[in-house]
Design a binder for this molecule. Structure first.
Ligand code: ADP
Ligand code: ADP
Ligand code: ZN
Length: 209
């Protein structure tokens, strides 16, 4: 199954994707995670995108589209995928439709207040990328990843100023994709407000799996 996860920053896309991977046996492809590993590795791509990401703005369409095109050409993505955080603009969605047709687009339905609460407490493992939350999903030790022992940190773009910018960018550039995919008849809405377990159930029901 080829899925797109669409929703504001902090809606819980990455968290649900980690659970859905086990269920659907498809790879989780997060453009944000790919950019963060490129930054950590100080690759050419990483050096190019770091300032833009830290400011809460979007990476260029051309760079992002090329990256996804190459990733989706790999063997593990042929039977399906979960695309998390791509597309984020209409030009990205149009480009994607020329090289891969998604079966369904999952729209994470969540009010701004909940998003702010989730982003404000988000922590991430620097080594394996797993997400935690200081209230809703605490690691056993606040500085150490339960899964791999890596260091837990706060993303630079989860700082207050960057969060405001990301929400503005979401409204202006990404929210129009809801209608874009609704018109194509492949959008499904999932209530993303309740606990992770309940969101997983809402997702399964909406998708019929
Ligand atoms: P979140 O899920 O919190 O919104 P992501 O990890 O998906 O964050 O993305 C982090 C940042 O990486 C974005 O704010 C943006 O700067 C960049 N990014 C990720 N995906 C895209 C994309 N499809 N187009 C442009 N920039 C992107
Ligand atoms: P996104 O990928 O959409 O930016 P994440 O999956 O990183 O969102 O989730 C944002 C934050 O909210 C993380 O700290 C995560 O642990 C937490 N979170 C995710 N889903 C839920 C949920 N259903 N209830 C409470 N907190 C959640
Ligand atoms: Zn880890």
């Amino acid at each position: 199954m080829k899925l797109i996860f669409l929703g504001p920053p902090g809606a819980g896309k990455g968290t649900l994707a980690a659970r859905a991977v086990a269920l659907l046996k498809v790879p989780h492809i997060s453009t944000g995670a790919i950019f963060r590993s490129a930054i950590a590795a100080q690759s050419t791509l990483g050096l190019k995108v770091k300032a833009v990401i830290d400011a809460g703005k979007l990476v260029d369409d051309a760079v992002t589209i090329e990256l996804v095109k190459e990733r989706l050409a790999q063997a593990d993505a042929q039977a399906g995928y979960i695309l998390d955080g791509f597309p984020r603009t209409i030009p990205q969605a149009e480009a994607l439709s020329a090289f891969s047709a998604a079966d369904k687009v999952v729209n994470f339905d969540i009010p701004d207040g909940a998003v702010l609460e989730r982003l404000g407490g988000r922590r991430v493992c620097r080594n394996c990328g797993v997400n935690y939350h200081i209230v809703f999903n605490k690691p056993k030790n606040e500085k150490v990843c339960d899964a791999c022992g890596g260091e837990i940190y706060t993303r630079d773009d989860d700082r207050e100023e960057a969060v405001q910018k990301r929400l503005e960018v979401y409204r202006a550039q990404t929210a129009p994709l809801i209608d874009f995919y609704r018109q194509k008849g492949i959008l499904i809405d999932v209530d993303a407000r309740p606990s992770v377990d309940e969101v997983v159930e809402n997702f399964k029901k909406a998708l019929g799996v």
